[in-house]
Design a protein around this ligand. Structure first.
Ligand code: NAP
Ligand code: GDD
Length: 338
C-alpha cells in the first residue's frame, strides 16, 4: 500500500517541490490549503489533480486534527510558514501564531490522532541570526534577530521537546536560504532576477536594493526537499543543517544575475550612495534605497552541512551559478509571455 504524506505549505516554493518528489516516489499526497476568496493552488497548480487538498490553517488546531484524520498520514511535512523576515516586524503576532504556535498545533494534532506519524519541521538558519560561529552547524548557539527568527526558534525547540517528551519521530531541518524560479518576488534573489530580466527587456530602468553587503548561503530548493525526505527515513529522528558551505554577498548575486544577460556591473560610491552602472553604457542600473534595510540585520550566514552529508548521504547538486542562471532565464521567459 502507498505511504501517505500530509504537506502543510503545499502551495509555497518548498511545499510544491516536496509534493513533486513524494508523488514521484509513489506517495498519496495530501496538502493543506487555506480558505481564500479566490481559489488558487499557487505553485502546485500544474499537479493539482494528483493532490488531495484539505482545508486547514496552522492557527486552528481543530482543522489540523481534521487534516490528520482525513489523510491518515504516515509522514507530516510541516512546511507552512509566514516566511518573509521583513514582514515579521510589521506582523509579529501573526508571524508568531503561524511559525511558533502553529507548530505546536500541528504536533498536538499528530500526537492526538496518531503519535506514530513521523513529523518534519521547517526550521531555519535565521535562528543563528547574529551568528556565534563563522560556520554554523547543529551545535552553534542560536541568536535570532527578527520576530520571524524568534518564532521559528520556538518551533524548533518544541519539535525537539516532543521527541524527548513523547518519544515521537519529530525532526527539524535547519535549512539555509534556498531559492528557485518559484520563489516569491519579495525575496532578494527573485527580486533581482525578475528586475534584471525586466531591465534586459527594456521594461525597467533601475533595481532599487537594500543592504548589498549581507551574505547568504544560497542553494536550490529542489536539492533541499531531498534532504527533508531523507531526514524522515532514518532509524532515529534528529536535526540537521542543510546548506552549501559557500556564502556570497547580495552584491555578488546582482553581478551574477546581470552577467546572465551579458551586462557587466561596475560599482561606484559607498553605503546609501552606492550605485551599480553598466560597464559599457555607463547607465545606472542598481541604486541603494533605505526602505529595504532591516531593523536588525543578519549580516552573514554560512552553513556546515557535514552531518547531513555523512549521516544522510545528502549532497547539494545544483551550483550557485546554475541557480542564478535558471532563475534569470525563467523570468525572461515569463515576462516575454506577459
Ligand atoms: P513560501 O513560498 O512563502 O510558502 C509558505 C507556505 O505556507 C504557503 O503555502 C502558505 O500558504 C503557507 N501558509 C502560510 N501561513 C499559513 C497558515 N496560517 N496556515 C496554512 N498554511 C499557511 O515559503 P517557502 O520558501 O516555501 O518556505 C517553506 C518553509 O520553510 C517556511 O516555513 C519557511 O519559513 C521555511 N524556511 C524557508 C527557507 C527558504 O530559504 N526558502 C529556509 C529555511 C526555512 P498560502 O499559499 O495560502 O499563502
Ligand atoms: N528581500 C530583500 N529585498 N532583501 C534585501 C534587499 C531587497 O531589496 N536588499 C538587500 N536585501 C538583503 C536582506 O537585508 C537580507 O540580508 C538578504 O538580502 C536576504 O533577504 P531575503 O531574500 O528576504 O531572505 P532572508 O535571508 O531574510 O530569509 C530567507 O531565508 C531564511 C533562511 O536563512 C527566507 O526564506 C526565510 O523564510 C528563511 O528562513
Amino acid at each position: 500500500m502507498s505511504k501517505k504524506a500530509l504537506i502543510t505549505g503545499i502551495t509555497g516554493q518548498d511545499g510544491s517541490f516536496m509534493a513533486e518528489l513524494l508523488l514521484d516516489k509513489g506517495y498519496d499526497v495530501y496538502g493543506v490549503v487555506r480558505r481564500k476568496a479566490v481559489l488558487n493552488y499557487g505553485n502546485v497548480e500544474h499537479i493539482k489533480d494528483s493532490i488531495n487538498f484539505v482545508n486547514a490553517d496552522m492557527t486552528d488546531i481543530v482543522s489540523l486534527i481534521g487534516a490528520m484524520k482525513t489523510s491518515k498520514a504516515d509522514e507530516v511535512y510541516n512546511i507552512a510558514g509566514q516566511s518573509f523576515v521583513a514582514t515579521s516586524w510589521e506582523q509579529p503576532i501573526v508571524t508568531t501564531e503561524i511559525n511558533a504556535v502553529g507548530v505546536l498545533n500541528m504536533l498536538e494534532a499528530v500526537r492526538k490522532v496518531n503519535p506514530a506519524t513521523r513529523f518534519y519541521q521547517a526550521s531555519t538558519s535565521e535562528m543563528f541570526g547574529h551568528a556565534q560561529e563563522a560556520k554554523q552547524s547543529e551545535t552553534t548557539p542560536f541568536y535570532p534577530r527578527s520576530p520571524y527568527g524568534v518564532a521559528k526558534l520556538y518551533g524548533h525547540w518544541i519539535t525537539k521537546n516532543y521527541r524527548e517528551s513523547y518519544n515521537m519521530y519529530t525532526c527539524s531541518g535547519i535549512l539555509f536560504n534556498h531559492e528557485s524560479e518559484r520563489r516569491g518576488k519579495e525575496f532578494v534573489t527573485r527580486k533581482i532576477t525578475d528586475g534584471v530580466a525586466r531591465i534586459k527587456l527594456g521594461l525597467l530602468d533601475c533595481l532599487e536594493m537594500g543592504n548589498l553587503d549581507a551574505k547568504r548561503d544560497w542553494g536550490h530548493a529542489k536539492d533541499y526537499v531531498k534532504a527533508m525526505w531523507l531526514m524522515m527515513q532514518q532509524d532515529e529522528a534528529d536535526d540537521y543543517v542543510i546548506a552549501t558551505g559557500e556564502t556570497r554577498t547580495v552584491r555578488e548575486f546582482v553581478e551574477k544575475a546581470f552577467e546572465c544577460v551579458d551586462i557587466i556591473i561596475k560599482w561606484q560610491g559607498k553605503g546609501l550612495e552606492e550605485i551599480g552602472v553598466c560597464k559599457t553604457t555607463g547607465k545606472t542600473l542598481v541604486r541603494v534605497v533605505p526602505q529595504y534595510f532591516r531593523l536588525a540585520e543578519v549580516d552573514i550566514l554560512l552553513g556546515n552541512p557535514k552531518k547531513a552529508e555523512e549521516k544522510l548521504g545528502w549532497k547539494r547538486e545544483i551550483s550557485f551559478d546554475d541557480l542564478v542562471r535558471c532563475m534569470v532565464e525563467n523570468d525572461l521567459k515569463l515576462i516575454e509571455k506577459e
